[in-house]
Design a protein around this ligand. Structure first.
Ligand SMILES: CSCCC(=O)C(=O)COP(=O)(O)O
Ligand SMILES: [Mg+2]
Length: 244
């Protein structure tokens, strides 16, 4: 039985366009002010140091650190310190009512359905845990946080394209690898999860950047409505049978 479902966010449950066109600019405009306001907070100090280390510039001042954050954002490099600052800034933005998360029409019903079927649901995203909590806590359908047991990110687990990250998640979940299904838009992530023994489903979304690209030899869906999780492995819904 597929006892565990792990979802990617951007490109899977939610639109890449929304993340890049709404969330990214929102953080870009606020890095400097956020550091100015929270620069004495130990967790902020730790991430300022993480920027310096990753940039290889141990003496970088705040102006330079903001430059690096914007540089990584421009390149869409999903590095942990950038994601940490974004998560904190977005958390404030959701709390202020500036932001509401985006989900494709099928995503929230599918998350509710998978939960109602008795599966344990988790997130593994490059978006930080604080970003995930704000995202799922402020959906157009209210908070979905009760539906999730775990939130995994690159800080508490590791890179998403590395098999060991999926091994570590399975051990944190206490679940056999072959009872976990992972939904993602990135083939490299799907490959890493499958190498860890997980089931994988590639998601393609109209209008998103990878829409015209394949998902390698993973199962491919355009909507969660196309997948059946009732067996020991995910299968595509038999549309013909459904319309008879
Ligand atoms: C609410 S998470 C914000 C999206 C984000 O910053 C991100 O990097 C998402 O990456 P994913 O691993 O979910 O594709
Ligand atoms: Mg993604």
């Amino acid at each position: 039985m597929l006892t565990h479902v792990v979802y990617d966010i951007e490109g899977t449950t939610s639109s890449t366009g929304f993340v890049h066109d709404t969330l990214y600019p929102y953080s870009r405009e606020r890095f400097a002010a956020y550091i100015d306001e929270h620069g004495h907070d130990p967790q902020v100090i730790a991430q300022l140091d993480a920027v310096r280390e990753l940039a290889g510039e141990p003496d970088a001042d705040v102006e330079r650190i903001v430059w690096w954050l914007n540089h990584w954002l421009d390149d869409d490099q999903k590095v942990t310190p950038l994601k940490a600052f974004q998560g904190w800034i977005w958390t404030d933005g959701f709390a202020a009512g500036d932001l509401t998360s985006h989900f494709f029409a099928d995503s929230i019903p599918a998350i509710r359905r998978h939960h109602a079927e008795g599966r344990t649901l988790s997130i593994f995203s490059s978006g930080s845990v604080s970003a995930q909590l704000a995202w799922f806590g402020n959906t157009p359908d209210g908070s979905l946080l009760d539906l999730f047991s775990h939130h995994f990110d690159t800080e508490n687990i590791g890179p998403k394209r590395v098999t060991e990250s999926y091994d570590l998640i399975a051990s944190r979940l206490g679940a056999p690898a072959d009872e976990i299904v992972f939904f993602s838009d990135l083939v490299a992530e799907l490959d890493a999860a499958r190498d860890a023994g997980w089931h994988t489903v590639g998601v393609r979304r109209q209008g998103d950047q990878y829409f015209d690209q394949g998902v390698g030899d993973h199962l491919a869906i355009f909507s969660f409505d196309e997948i059946d999780l009732s067996g020991d492995a995910p299968t595509l819904v038999d549309r013909a049978a459904n319309t008879r």
